[in-house]
Design a protein. Structure first.
Length: 396
């Protein structure tokens, strides 16, 4: 497969035991037709030799800002790259890149480039889970950097846990995805995320456990693939790179925002968990418990998705979600037909690791007249890619 033919990829290698995997990554990229330019940090030399990468890549390894043939190697490398890949990326590299610190040739290239960047962290579990590292990861993601999360597995020193560098196959797949076609260019994609909150009084609400992570992942994937993205959200997560966020809280506010956006919407992905009921009246101030148990009378919230599905025009694509705890397929099929949807994404949130508040999900895609398509438990960003693939297919 030579699908990366003509692509110039700068591969940065940091000082970690996983540096040996960079050899296989570079070989696979070259085999796919890419022109691979290796950049090593000084720390990487403790784990892998320059000769090895130079022999496998398209150009000799570069390491220094000062002793290379070009007087400004970082600028030339950054400007000439179609993509910059860092594998493995250490905690130090993540911190320097997130804070704009140009400490060596590799960080200079990262700061100087406008090309897409894919970063593949690898470190011990304790380091990966440290709040500072996770903050830097969030910062980079919010700027559009594609992070290939580390895997669970054996680590250096006999330890085991999350922090193992992703497999060469996964890393090359991420590169392919980042350099893939912008198949949603010119499309306005509206995504909803999070759970609505319906006030009981000044301090209490009726809510649900939705974290908004799946909706944000969908918005990020749509933006990466060229769409103009509006994210209607009830949660305070970092905005995906390239997405405009409209903040709402209640079902009524979400409905109002979507009604205003509807005429310009090409694709709606309703990933938000909208409350089905709300109090008929919201008490002024805080209800005090010494007044006894309050009588909270509920009424249905507007069925936003049903209303929008009913007035869907030709060329619009509407995707819903069905979070169920029983009869997953039957309930999802009913919702698909009843709300005039083009696709529904069903998940059984009673299963371990699925849905609300998790970083993972397992879903079944249902489309009118087509066979069910299930995706086993995986990262929510992978679910987002699967979802957008199907949206593109349906619109082509």
């Amino acid at each position: 497969m030579t699908d990366l033919a003509g692509k110039r990829i700068v591969v940065g290698v940091c000082g970690g035991i996983a540096a040996y995997k960079a050899v296989e990554v570079c070989r696979r990229l070259v085999d796919a037709g890419a022109h691979v330019v290796p950049v090593m940090t000084k720390g990487a030399e403790h784990f892998i030799g320059r000769t090895t990468l130079s022999a496998l890549c398209s150009e000799p390894v570069q390491m220094s800002l000062w002793d290379e043939e070009s007087p400004i190697p970082h600028t030339k490398l950054g400007q000439g790259a179609d993509l910059v890949l860092v594998a493995p990326a250490t905690a130090r590299l993540l911190g320097a890149y997130a804070n704009g610190l140009s400490t060596d040739l590799l960080t200079n290239v990262l700061i100087a480039t406008r090309a897409p960047v894919v970063v593949c962290p690898a470190m011990h579990t304790e380091m990966w889970e440290h709040p500072a590292v996770q903050h830097n990861i969030s910062t980079l993601r919010s700027r559009g950097v594609h992070i290939v999360d580390p895997e669970d597995g054996r680590l250096a020193g006999g330890d085991s846990g999350k922090g193992r560098l992703a497999s060469p196959e996964a890393i090359v797949a991420a590169v392919r995805a980042e350099l893939g076609p912008k198949d949603l260019a010119g499309t306005h994609v509206v995504v909803t995320a999070g759970g609505t909150r319906e006030p009981i009084d000044a301090v209490r609400v009726i809510a649900n456990r939705s974290s908004g992570k799946q909706g944000y992942a969908v918005a990020a994937e749509a933006a990466r693939r060229g769409a103009c993205v509006t994210l209607v959200s009830t949660v305070d997560l970092p905005a995906p790179h390239g997405a405009r966020v409209v903040a709402v809280e209640t079902a009524a506010q979400m409905q109002d925002a979507l009604e205003r956006l509807w005429d310009s919407t090409d694709v709606l992905v309703m990933a938000a968990a909208v409350a089905d009921f709300r109090p008929v009246a919201c008490a002024d101030g805080k209800i005090k418990k010494d007044g006894g148990v309050p009588n909270v009378v509920l009424e249905p919230t507007p069925d936003i998705l049903c209303a929008l599905g009913a007035k869907k025009r030709p060329g619009q694509t509407v995707v819903g979600f069905a979070a169920e705890t029983s009869d997953l397929v039957a309930n999802a099929q009913s919702k698909l037909a009843r709300k005039n949807l083009d696709m529904i994404v069903a998940n059984d949130v009673s299963q371990p690791g699925v849905g609300f508040q998790h970083d993972t999900n397992a879903v079944t895609f249902l489309r009118p007249g087509q066979a069910l398509e299930s995706v086993a438990l995986t990262d929510k960003r992978a679910i987002a890619r699967e979802l957008i693939d199907r949206v593109v297919s349906a619109r082509s």
